[in-house]
Design a protein around this ligand. Sequence first.
Ligand code: FO1
Length: 314
Amino acid sequence: MRIVALAGGIGGARFLRGLKQAAPEADITVIGNTGDDISLFGLRICPDLDTVMYTLGGGINEEQGWGRTEETFTLREELAAYDIGPGWFTLGDRDFATHIVRTQMLDAGYPLSAVTEALCDRWRPGVRLLPMSDDRVETHVVIEDAEGRRAVHFQEWWVRLHAEVPAQGIGAVGAEDAKPAPGVLEALDAADFVILPPSNPVVSVGTILSVPGIRAAVAAKTVVGVSPIIGGAPVRGMADACLTAIGVETSAGAVAAHYGPDLLDGWLVDTADAGLEDSSGGTVIRSRPLLMTDVDATADIARAAIDLAGELRP
Ligand code: FO1
């Protein structure tokens, strides 16, 4: 069984851990969002790729959902002593090592896909992890506050401003001219089906789909998604702030409609949203408990997604 999943950070990574348990024999390719990537302290940081890699490789800080386990912060303290910021983005010593290796390889001319493969040689995530593109794409958010109207990097809005300043617009800068990374279209072409984990539909899955060629290649397949919205609220994170910014209601049904029936064949919603099953429109909707309380519960959700894909495959 060949499965492709499009993943953002924490929610996507946790779902993938369940997917691996549910389908241990499957050949899983993960197309990771790189729109959250940021350069700080001269280093290239890829939060979503790292979150998937650390989570599946056993190195994640479980409570936090991002960053390394058993982390220390000496480097951060030393930088702060020199008054070198930004202080709002926390990088630990172990995590810094990943960014140093990545940046060295990028500076030596290796594309991000090759760098990611090299990093995964250490972490052995048990999936093939591909960045959506080797080209630089960065999500920026238009906000207006006391400092005026301006576009800030997604991480500044998300982490420094806690997405509390309303986003007037969200855009993936560079996406229009980006090409899918090597292996992305090939993996999609060879896939038996595609899964959309409960990742942010705007800044994670939406950004991946904005790379020219990817949406059409995904839509050509049987696609089953897992709703990141339960009972009108995001399971975690601040997806509601992103949905509001693009004029989509924070509900499981509205997110399915946003993806569209041309893309989405099946949609798993939580039992809290059970009424949606009757809604027509081309996407088959099923309800079941969707809280990823532990790996076993997550594997059950993944199994339901696989079963639905099996039912819907032509
Ligand atoms: N999230 C935070 O809320 N605060 C942080 O300081 C922070 C630092 C950070 C460093 C490395 C990394 O891989 C992820 C990090 N995240 C942090 C998570 C990240 O900002 C977002 O959750 C994702 O980009 C959204 O998927």
